[in-house]
Design a protein around this ligand. Structure first.
Ligand code: FES
Length: 107
């Protein structure tokens, strides 16, 4: 049973604002790659969450983290993980969405 479903927005605005760096931080800290899960975390990109003005956007069990920062994201995830699970109806990103956003892949 995975206790945290973490989704990092792969939309254009979030990519520009650093969501790729957030994903790389999470991958480095968890040993997971986007699209993988273990008993603690299910990690992936999602489509635009509709919070572009508060980019980068991350969801934890459907709860939003706004203006996510690689330095604080792990603590923010732990805080969000205790909230009641929500279903904002945002789908996981397709591989085409991920590959088409060059900003996600910049260092
Ligand atoms: S691009 Fe991430 S919330 Fe819209």
């Amino acid at each position: 049973m995975t206790d945290k479903k973490v989704r990092v927005c792969c939309g254009m605005t979030c990519g520009v604002m650093g969501s790729g760096k957030i994903m790389r931080k999470l991958e480095a800290e968890t040993g997971l790659k986007a699209g993988e899960k273990n008993d603690k975390m299910d990690l992936n990109y999602c489509s635009c969450t509709g919070n572009c003005h508060l980019a980068p956007s991350v969801m934890v069990n459907g709860n939003f983290i706004h203006e996510a920062n690689p330095d604080t994201i792990l603590a923010e995830i732990e805080k969000a993980a205790v909230l009641e699970t929500q279903d904002p109806g945002i789908s996981d990103a397709t591989i085409e969405e991920i590959l088409s956003n060059d900003f996600l892949h910049e260092e």
